[in-house]
Write a new protein. Structure first.
Ligand SMILES: Cc1cc2nc3c(=O)[nH]c(=O)nc-3n(C[C@H](O)[C@H](O)[C@H](O)COP(=O)(O)OP(=O)(O)OC[C@H]3O[C@@H](n4cnc5c(N)ncnc54)[C@H](O)[C@@H]3O)c2cc1C
Length: 447
């Protein structure tokens, strides 16, 4: 028998958004404002009815690109009220020293928020938007890109529903991407070498206006101040295939706690319930995805993690997903035709999605390793160039988190800066770091 909940709301929808994670509600609001009715299908139960903190990653960072979208949707003030500003990250090195890296040269902040609070706010906003219908516990099992149509489960019933346009906001395990792959697209799916586990802890001596991290070679501990309590939300990242027994393979909380104490003794001393937390919280992995095709005519399109899930350390996955949606809508406005708009969106975003995934992976490598004197010299020369010519050289993080410059242009500029720093080092060796300004400037090619 057909599930009665299934019948009315879904049939005949023009636009279906698959996935109500972070990008889905944003896409639904934008599209409903232009095209009327939008149906959102989410495989999980409504997170607003589930106790907080059971999902993935406690905190997310909202930066410039994300704010632009939230402002356009009229949600900026509401989101700012549940965020905490952070002006720098503070690295706590094993020798007891601390390294402060401002997020931007003018000390502008990025903003941290508990993911579940932001998610709830976005879902509430989508639900309040005329035309948006949110449907939870509706997994999309298959996508027919030709029709287009979606095979949806509700309870024990499964049914094909037709629509005009499918927006794939269904994250790293995307059913929409799987349908594109079935029709010849190539995807790359891999898993970061790291596993991570979240730990809530008290860090009374840590400044709450900073993000804190403790690098330990193949491991990293990062912590953000929680916005709804005086505690910090920490994540311990460990190599899955590290020296035996590897962290993720350590089957119980006690074994993981022993490893934690070995690697982060100073932190462990301040977490009285370390073993209990490590025994009860899930060990998560980070999936990375790419796909060479993001669209199928004017019928289906991928957005967010479904086409570019990345390493989390740049804090750009969601910001990039929001920018995807904005770009897609701008293309629809400009082209006035779904097929041309999807093609224009793919042309505009594909290289950027790949670029920010590359940048994020590189940033993770930089943050997780201990300082290496060879890299330090290159880093120091690059820093001097940035300080010497601030309008010419902008730090990569700043380009990504504080501007709307395309990620691929930002990556190309960073590569040019690094190449220049390497050339100066080859020419002058370790003395390069202390070259007089004029001599350093002479290396910089005219534009
Ligand atoms: C540890 C960690 C920290 C991070 N920190 C940041 C940060 O600070 N800043 C930042 O910008 N980004 C961050 N990210 C990345 C960010 O979480 C993602 O980029 C973002 O969630 C992508 O949004 P999305 O909507 O594309 O995917 P998701 O948020 O994953 O949503 C996908 C949704 O689709 C649903 N779904 C999947 N398959 C189906 C199906 N077949 N049918 C129906 N529904 C389906 C899922 O249940 C889910 O709700 C972090 C990620 C991790 C892992």
């Amino acid at each position: 028998m057909q599930d009665p909940r299934m019948a009315a709301p879904v049939t005949g929808s023009g636009v279906v958004v698959v996935g109500a994670g972070l990008a889905g509600p944003v896409a639904a609001i934008y599209l409903a404002r232009r095209f009327g009715r939008v149906t959102v299908l989410e495989r999980h139960a409504d997170p607003r009815h589930i106790p907080a903190g059971q999902g993935r990653s406690l905190m997310v960072i909202v930066s410039h690109r994300g704010w632009r979208v939230l402002r356009e949707l009229g949600l900026e003030d509401a989101v700012r009220r549940i965020c905490v500003p952070l002006t720098a990250r503070c690295g706590h090195l094993p020798d007891g020293s601390a390294v402060l890296t401002p997020y931007s040269r003018d000390r502008a902040p990025i903003w941290a928020v508990e993911r579940h609070r932001l998610h709830r706010l976005l879902l509430d906003a989508a639900e309040a938007e005329p035309g948006v219908g949110l449907h939870f516990e509706r997994p999309v099992l298959a996508v027919d890109l030709q029709a287009p149509a979606l095979l949806v489960r509700a309870g024990t019933a499964e049914r094909w529903i037709s629509c005009r346009h499918v927006i794939g906001c269904d994250g790293v395990h995307s059913a929409v991407r799987a349908a594109l792959v079935e029709r010849g697209a190539h995807e790359q799916v891999s898993t970061l070498e790291l596993a991570y586990q979240e730990i809530v802890l008290d860090l009374p001596s840590c400044d709450r206006g900073l993000m804190h991290y403790w690098p330990a070679g193949d491991a990293l501990f990062g912590a953000f101040p929680l916005t709804s309590s005086p505690l910090f939300a920490g994540s311990v990242f460990f190599r899955k295939d590290g020296p035996a027994p590897s962290y993720a393979a350590a089957v119980n909380g006690r074994a993981r706690a022993r490893q934690f104490v070995d690697v982060f003794p100073s932190l462990a001393a301040g977490i009285p319930d370390l073993e209990e937390q490590l025994a009860t919280k899930p060990v998560s992995t980070v999936r990375l995805t790419r796909c060479d095709t993001w669209t199928s005519g004017g019928r289906a399109v991928l957005v967010g993690d479904s086409c570019h899930a990345m390493a989390p350390f740049m804090g750009q996955g969601m910001n990039c997903a929001f920018e995807d949606v904005r770009t897609l809508v701008a293309c629809l406005d400009q082209e006035g035709d779904w097929r041309r708009a999807f093609a224009a969106y793919e042309r505009s975003r594909k290289t950027d999605g790949d670029a920010i995934a590359d940048i994020s992976y590189q940033h993770y490598r930089t943050m997780s390793r201990l300082p290496d004197p060879r890299d330090e010299a290159e880093e120091a020369v690059a820093r001097r160039l940035v300080a010497l010519m601030p309008n010419r050289f902008v730090p990569l993080y700043e380009r990504c988190a504080f501007s709307e410059e395309s990620y691929s242009a930002a990556l190309a500029e960073e590569r040019r800066l690094r190449e220049l720093a390497r050339r100066i080092l080859i020419r002058h060796g370790s003395a390069a770091v202390d070259l007089p300004d004029q001599q350093l400037r002479a290396f910089v090619p005219a534009r």
